[in-house]
Ligand binder design. Structure first.
Ligand code: ITT
Length: 193
């Protein structure tokens, strides 16, 4: 089995990645390897941030690892919050603050189109690769559901009756930006089995 360190401090992502990879990869958290690190993400693209986070952990540990950077892009807001999704409502804000801000910014807007984009950077045997996953959908007019995290209560994927937060994890993971990016990474890793 592959053993990879996941360069994240977001425990929701960690849980999802473990659900998606099942028993194909031993996903080790920073806690598992005893590393307490504030990982920098100062780039202006999600791909750049994913590379920066993975390189940071690789340089510190020399271990095979990967990182995920995700952004919610809203068409009517010119692609915002995008790469700034984590701190859209300000430094130190909560998921709830961000969701409220999205709903406020979109008050009275009919064009609700949005997408999640996820970039995963893998560093395996010292080589670096980036995989991307995307899901289109729309921003709902109010929050629904309590599963998932982040913007899930206001994002409804195209063709679905429920927001991500109303779906059981297997359904979200089967459709999501993260699920799609991880499947590409798994396909890539298959060649080394
Ligand atoms: P790490 O950098 O430590 O991995 P982070 O929370 O800073 O964690 P990102 O910068 O990639 O992660 O994510 C930006 C924000 O986008 C994140 O804080 C969530 O609010 C939101 N987000 C990411 N993935 C999401 C998902 O699957 N569903 C809903 N919101 C998500």
């Amino acid at each position: 089995m592959f053993s990879l360190v996941f360069a994240t401090n977001n425990l929701h992502k960690l849980r999802e990645i473990r659900e998606i990879t099942g028993n194909t990869i031993n996903v080790r958290s920073l806690t598992d390897i005893g590393l307490d690190a504030d990982i920098p993400e100062t780039q202006d693209t999600i791909e750049g941030n994913a590379r920066q986070k993975a390189r940071f952990i690789y340089e510190k540990t020399g271990m095979d690892c990967f990182a995920d950077d995700t952004g919610l892009e809203i068409a009517a807001l010119n692609g915002e919050p995008g790469v700034y999704s984590a701190r859209y409502a300000g430094e130190g804000c909560s998921f709830a603050d961000n969701v409220r801000k999205v709903l406020e910014e979109m008050l009275g807007m009919d064009d609700r189109r949005a997408c999640f984009r996820c970039a995963i950077c893998l560093i395996y045997k010292g080589n670096e690769f980036v995989f991307e996953g995307r899901i289109d959908g729309e921003i709902t007019f109010s929050q629904s559901g309590s599963d998932g995290f982040g913007y899930d209560p206001v994002f409804r994927p195209e063709g679905q009756p429920q927001t991500f937060a109303e779906m059981p994890p297997y359904l979200k993971n089967g459709l999501s930006h993260r699920g799609r990016a991880v499947h590409q990474m798994l396909q890539y890793l298959n060649q080394f089995q």
